[in-house]
Design a protein around this ligand. Structure first.
Ligand SMILES: *[C@@H]1O[C@H](CO)[C@@H](O)[C@H](O)[C@H]1NC(C)=O
Ligand SMILES: *[C@@H]1O[C@H](CO)[C@@H](O)[C@H](O)[C@H]1NC(C)=O
Ligand SMILES: CC(=O)N[C@H]1CO[C@H](CO)[C@@H](O)[C@@H]1O
Ligand SMILES: [Zn+2]
Length: 217
C-alpha cells in the first residue's frame, strides 16, 4: 500500500468513527397560533434544527467529536405552560409562548433563540455544574449565535453565577479577553466543574474576573 492510499484509508476511518451529524425529528402537535407561526416560519424545520445542532456544537466544542452522542434529537412544539423544557435529547417548545411573542414582530428570531438555548442543554455535559453556569452558558451560546434578546444588557451588581443572560454577559466579557474560555471549559465539565478552572484558564479566580467585568461598563 502506498502512502497516499494509507492516508485516504486513515481519513475515512477517522470520519466514519468520529462525529456523525445527529438525526433530528420535529413534531408540531397542535393547530393554535403558535404552532401555525412555527410551521410558517420554518417550512423546512428539520433542516433548521439540524443547523442549530451544528452551530451549538461548534460554539461549545473545539472538535465536534467532543460533543456527547445524543442519537436522534427530538423537538416537539405543543401548547403548554412555560417556554421550553429539555431533557436528554428532547425539547418541548411551547406554542402558547410562541403565540405571545407574535405581536413583537420578532417571533422567528425568538424561536431560533429559544431553540439555540435549549439545544445547548442537549449537548452540555451537565454533571455537577452549578445551575447558574449551565443556564449562563446556554444564553452565552445564544448570544454568540447572534440571537440575543433585545432586552439583554450588562447589569451592575449580583453574582457571577446568577444565571441566564446575567452570567452570559459576564462569560462574553471574559471570553473576549481570554479567547476560547468557554470552549476550553466545557469539555472538562464531562468530569466535574471546579471553581479552580477559572484560575487555571484565566490566571484569576472567578470573583476577580467578575470584579473586572463590573468595572468595565
Ligand atoms: C441517522 O439515521 C440513519 C438512518 O436511520 C442511521 O443510519 C444513522 O446512523 C443515524 N445517525 C446517527 C448519528 O444516529
Ligand atoms: C415532552 O412532552 C411529552 C408529552 O407530550 C412528555 O411525555 C415528555 O416527557 C416531555 N419531555 C420533556 C423533555 O419535557
Ligand atoms: C481546563 C481544561 O481541563 N480544559 C480541557 C478542555 O478539553 C480539552 C480536550 O478537548 C483539554 O485538552 C483541556 O485540558
Ligand atoms: Zn435553560
Amino acid at each position: 500500500m502506498n502512502k497516499i492510499t494509507f492516508i485516504v484509508i486513515l481519513v475515512c476511518i477517522t470520519v466514519v468513527t468520529c462525529f456523525q451529524v445527529p438525526n433530528v425529528t420535529v413534531e408540531v402537535r397542535g393547530e393554535d397560533e403558535g404552532c401555525k407561526a412555527f410551521k410558517q416560519s420554518f417550512p423546512d424545520s428539520k433542516r433548521v434544527v439540524q443547523e442549530i445542532v451544528l452551530r451549538v456544537i461548534d460554539l461549545l466544542y473545539k472538535n465536534r467529536d467532543q460533543a456527547p452522542d445524543k442519537g436522534t434529537v427530538k423537538v416537539i412544539v405543543r401548547p403548554m405552560d412555560g417556554v421550553a423544557y429539555t431533557a436528554n435529547n428532547e425539547i418541548n417548545f411551547s406554542s402558547t409562548y410562541i403565540a405571545k411573542v407574535i405581536p413583537s414582530g420578532r417571533v422567528k428570531e425568538e424561536m431560533l433563540g429559544v431553540l439555540t438555548h435549549e439545544m445547548t442543554h442537549v449537548f452540555q455535559y451537565n454533571v455537577q455544574v452549578p445551575g447558574g453556569l449551565i443556564e449562563g452558558i446556554a444564553d452565552f451560546i445564544r448570544l454568540r449565535a447572534g440571537l440575543a434578546a433585545p432586552h439583554w444588557k450588562k447589569e451592575h451588581g449580583g453574582k457571577w453565577d446568577a444565571g441566564y443572560q446575567k452570567t452570559a454577559m459576564f462569560l462574553d466579557f471574559v471570553d473576549k479577553k481570554r479567547p476560547e474560555l468557554v470552549r476550553d471549559m466545557n469539555y472538562s465539565f464531562r468530569l466535574r466543574y471546579q471553581d479552580s478552572i477559572w484560575k487555571k484558564l484565566t490566571g484569576k479566580d472567578v470573583n476577580a474576573n467578575f470584579d473586572e467585568y463590573q468595572k468595565s461598563f
